[in-house]
Design a protein around this ligand. Structure first.
Ligand code: SF4
Length: 480
């Protein structure tokens, strides 16, 4: 029998096509980085369970045993984790239910640092199924992480966990019955529902089928424009190809550049580039961090999901063009004390610290200064020296059509220098983070030495690439 579970119900709310493929288990394989997210959720749940020592945990039981045991425990009014309920084709396994006075309180555990709108229909669907199963549901709650919790010794679950009552929001949802009917109908369809690319491809979650559905779009399509209101409107009107955008459509200056570059690429504003380059103070310290994060903080002086820097690469470029490379890669444990020690020495000097997208590096440095106040002074001086190499690209002083609307370094580097990350074993930040985490913090991956070599190559290319990009900008401003 095909069952509509709570995760499929949520899939259906995002997109009927996603629901159809999820039901047939035809979604792309999940990445190591997605697995990491799930693992973080499970780890957080274990701390929630510590708050309810007299509860019964049905996790791990097989399907029918779970249903039978739930029935028995509900009659005994026990506090239950992972209680299973099936009514017709509807099935839910609730994170936590607690008997209270004359009915039940329903809890959903989310490893986020705040309640989010998409959590409400999730609870509303569970409440609907529990009530159909004969339970009286009095109140609904969300359990999530306290974003301000700072670890100091053993984790204190009472401090780590936040509980918010959301009964009023849940009770406002009145289309569960209608939607369950629609979704059960979709599950029975022989063919997947037609593609209708829209805002829901990104909301509330990045859809795992994007590569498949968006792959049908033309190479230069309206989703590459910078103004999302404009591009979704164009898509709704059936306009996919940039060259089909009707004359008179209100566009931003950046979007005009994206369109013009189809005919004449790259677009270059030499005056602005010159101004940016003239503002730089040598020697230049091209700098980049790699980080990992966990839901439950692993080390003292850190919060849920705090970015923990475990690696950096630094290319110091003198005015005469000579370049020196420095790098740090932690061996494991809390990487910050050793990283700070070496970073302080490596960044000594007065030249600009060049990063790509400064908000990330600045927030990591600010956290380091907050957690290790003895380093605050030099870290603040380093922050004051930061210059963002993404600025000229964010402002479209240079734009190559191969960037396809993006100014990320992964797009800018090949566009302007012809070099790319594609040859590297690790070629993006998410992989760097998970490969490090599962080889150095957890020991699930055995090829630690190989991973270290790949991490060093990847981070090195980020900062070497910045130096190449800057040199290319210099060449361009001097060209006639
Ligand atoms: S990518 Fe968009 S259209 Fe395709 S299944 Fe996902 S949400 Fe639906």
């Amino acid at each position: 029998m095909t069952l509509l579970t709570k995760s499929k119900f949520m899939n259906g709310l995002q997109c009927p096509r996603l629901l159809w493929f999820a039901d047939r288990k035809q979604l792309p394989e999940i990445s190591l980085s997605d697995e990491h997210k799930f693992a973080q959720g499970h780890e957080f749940e274990e701390y929630v369970k510590k708050l309810y020592p007299n509860s019964v945990d049905l996790n791990g039981m097989d399907f029918q045993d779970n249903l039978d045991k739930t029935k028995e425990l509900v009659e005994q009014r026990k506090t239950i984790f992972e209680a299973g309920f099936m009514v017709g084709n509807l099935f839910v396994r609730s994170d936590l239910i607690i008997f209270n006075e004359d009915g039940w309180d329903l809890y959903e555990i989310k490893s986020t640092t705040q309640s989010k709108p998409q959590h409400i229909p999730d609870l509303a669907f569970q409440k609907y199924v529990l009530e159909k199963a004969g339970l009286k549901v009095n109140r609904c709650f969300l359990i999530f992480l306290n974003k301000d919790y700072v670890r100091n010794g053993e984790i204190d679950p009472k401090q780590l966990i936040m509980i918010e009552e959301v009964s009023d929001q849940v009770n406002l949802i009145d289309d569960i019955e209608k939607n369950t009917g629609i979704f059960l109908g979709i599950l029975k369809q022989e063919n997947p529902p037609e593609i209708h690319i829209c805002m829901q491809c990104n909301k509330p979650y990045d859809c795992p089928l994007k590569q498949q559905c968006w792959g049908t779009l033309p190479e230069y399509n309206v989703l590459q424009l910078t103004n999302w209101r404009v591009y979704w409107n164009l898509l709704e009107d059936g306009i996919e190809d940039i060259k089909d955008i009707p004359k008179g459509t209100k566009l931003t200056a950046k979007d005009e550049i994206i369109i013009e570059s189809l005919e004449k690429s790259p677009y270059i504003s030499k005056e602005h580039i010159k101004h940016f380059l003239n503002s730089l103070n040598y020697p230049l310290y091209h700098f980049d961090f790699e980080t990992f994060d966990t839901a439950v903080p692993l080390f003292d002086k850190s919060k849920p999901y705090q970015k923990m820097p475990f690696q950096y690469s630094l290319h110091i470029e003198q005015k005469d063009g000579s370049v020196e490379h420095k790098e740090f890669l932690s061996e494991g444990g809390d990487p910050r004390p050793a990283l700070l020690k070496q970073m302080k020495t490596n960044l000594k000097g007065a030249g600009d610290i060049v990063v790509f997208n400064k908000s990330f590096e600045i927030s990591v440095m600010k956290n380091l200064a907050e957690n290790f106040p003895e380093h605050k002074e030099w870290l603040q001086q380093a922050i004051d020296r930061i210059v963002d190499l993404a600025d000229p690209f964010r402002a479209f002083y240079y734009y190559n059509k191969s960037q396809k609307g993006s100014y990320s370094i992964k797009k800018v580097l090949p566009a302007i220098t012809g070099k790319s990350y594609s040859e590297l074993e690790i070629n993006n930040g998410a992989d760097a983070s998970t490969q490090y985490f599962y080889s150095h913090i957890k020991t699930q991956l055995e090829n630690k030495e190989e991973i270290r070599k790949n991490l060093l190559k990847y981070c090195c290319l980020d900062t070497e690439g910045m130096a190449w990009i800057l040199n290319k900008l210099m060449e361009l401003q001097n060209e006639n």
